[in-house]
Design a protein around this ligand. Structure first.
Ligand SMILES: Cc1cc2nc3c(=O)[nH]c(=O)nc-3n(C[C@H](O)[C@H](O)[C@H](O)COP(=O)(O)OP(=O)(O)OC[C@H]3O[C@@H](n4cnc5c(N)ncnc54)[C@H](O)[C@@H]3O)c2cc1C
Length: 469
């Protein structure tokens, strides 16, 4: 029996997609990677996933797991050989349990992040992972790429939120590691190994995750500042004032906001116009379980003090939930606006926070000198030391030039990041995009250990081959 027929016997013919039906799953979100596959298979239970993996192992067929296909490094796209099976998790989407006393939720891998957030909110709990793709990305994809987003500052990345996992391993066995334990010192931390493994070590089918009491109030402000060093001064001030209640600290170069308002004319800045003195904008948010007025007053006082110390140029504190949403909408539209405006080169980098101003300064000078006309449009999660240091074409640096210079630009940015003690992937993962570069920046000792783990858990190399390692 060929692989399609074997898979049909597991999930039924309507859940084995081929030809045009399979096409949407063979290209990545950015339209950079185009692959081919035997078929796309859509299981709805963990047992079906296990049977699919067993069949693929028997047929020595590669499996490419895919959730919402919003990843930005080509990790969920098969190669061009047409020999892989794409395993789509979106039908495996039940929320199995919410344990209010333990503050945990157990959810299947294909559940959309926004659906989980909403479910928890309806039960007066917060599931804090939040990112611009939350309307279509899945919990399994979030786990496999160790997603971060805008609330890492307070709650950590998804690895920090994960207490237990259920995983189908490469031989088709099910590891039932779902538990809600906050302490469990019984040897190697297997769950942490699968989180961030980008589908190369096992298929995640469910997870037990931490949830939190719902904050009673949130205060959001959009702040204009002159330079990146002022963003850092404001971060220090906000941290000192609010400690763990500071939930988000996002930065955007002015050019990013211009791009958003240009591509989405229905979006407006809360200021009359962008200040000519401000080259950066900060979106910061505090959340508190205390609903008293003094929380807002303290927030405004902190911003007033920052203004007095010449750290900020202007600030607007949201007066309503709608205004807060509009501020977040501006921030979350940057990736979409960059996608609409044509080709850009994305660098998802992490640096020690203290070194970011020096990096931005040095990198900006270098790129402007070597690639005059290139548009530099960084934004990101400054509170986590994570910048999306993206660059794009302009009237003076056309898209063809950008394409030709792509490798040189990647190298210049990533070599500098490495020299600053940073990481070339903060939250998007490695996928196909950074696979070659991983070898440049990891030591052979690190790569050997990673390869040993891969060989032990996937000796036939059928799980997402050609990704990460
Ligand atoms: C507009 C936009 C904004 C974004 N903002 C952020 C951000 O702020 N922070 C952030 O971290 N990311 C961000 N991303 C990247 C992306 O949304 C996240 O990486 C997300 O977690 C991917 O989830 P997904 O379900 O779409 O995964 P996919 O793209 O389907 O897959 C991602 C990787 O996980 C693997 N995988 C998927 N499901 C499973 C599974 N069940 N078991 C094993 N492996 C699996 C795939 O093979 C692939 O390697 C953004 C993307 C977009 C388009």
């Amino acid at each position: 029996m060929n692989i399609e027929s074997a898979l049909t016997s597991v999930v039924g013919s309507s859940n084995v997609l081929t030809n045009d039906d399979a096409a949407p799953y063979l290209t990545d979100w950015r339209g950079y990677y185009h692959g081919s596959a035997h078929c796309v298979v859509r299981p709805s239970t963990t047992d079906q996933v296990a049977q699919i993996v067993k069949l693929c192992a028997e047929h020595r067929t590669a499996i490419v797991p895919q959730g919402g296909n919003t990843g930005l490094v080509g990790g969920a796209t098969p190669d061009a050989s047409g020999m892989a099976v794409v395993l789509l998790t979106t039908r495996l989407n039940q929320i199995r349990d919410l344990d209010l006393a333990n503050n945990t939720v157990t959810v299947e891998a294909g559940c959309i992040l926004e659906s989980l957030q909403k479910y928890c909110k309806d039960h007066d709990r917060l599931f804090p992972l939040s990112l611009a793709a939350e309307g279509s990305c899945t919990i399994g994809g979030n786990l496999a790429s160790n997603a971060g987003g805008s609330q890492v500052l307070r709650y950590g990345a998804i690895r920090d939120l994960t207490l237990g996992l259920e995983v189908v391993t490469s031989d088709g066995q099910i590891w039932k590691g779902l538990n809600g334990l906050r302490k469990n010192n019984t040897g190697y931390d297997l769950k942490s190994l699968f989180v961030g493994s980008e589908g190369t070590l096992g298929i995640i089918t469910a997870a037990t995750l931490k949830v939190f009491p719902m904050p009673r109030v949130r205060h959001t402000a959009l702040v204009a500042v002159e330079g990146i060093e002022h963003c850092l001064a404001l971060l220090e001030r906000a941290r000192a004032a609010f400690e763990a209640n500071l939930t988000a600290f996002e930065v955007m170069a002015d050019v990013c906001l211009r791009l958003v308002t240009e591509h989405f004319p229905d979006q407006h800045l809360p200021f009359h116009e962008l200040s000519p003195h401000a080259r950066w904008y900060v979106l910061l948010e505090i959340a508190d379980s205390n609903i008293e007025d003094h929380v807002r007053t303290s927030f405004e006082t902190m911003l007033g003090d920052a203004y007095g110390a010449a750290e900020i140029v202007n600030a607007v504190v949201a007066n309503s939930i709608d205004q807060s949403r509009s501020m977040w909408h501006l921030r979350e539209s940057i990736t979409l606006a960059q996608a609409k405006s044509g080709k850009s080169i994305k660098h998802d980098i992490a640096l020690p926070i203290s070194r970011i101003p020096q990096f931005v300064d040095q990198m900006g000078q270098h790129l402007s000198k070597e690639f005059p006309g290139l548009t530099i449009m960084p934004f990101g999660h400054l509170g986590d030391g994570n910048l999306h240091y993206n660059v794009a074409s302009s009237d003076d640096f056309n898209p063809e030039k950008l394409l030709q210079s792509q490798d040189e630009i990647y190298l210049a940015v990533h070599d500098t990041v490495h020299a600053y003690g940073g990481s070339i992937s903060a939250e998007h993962g490695v996928g196909q995009l950074k696979r070659r570069e991983l070898k440049r920046y990891k030591t052979s000792h690190e790569l050997n250990m990673m390869q040993a783990i891969k060989s032990a858990l996937d000796p036939l190399n059928i799980l997402n081959p050609g990704k990460l390692l």
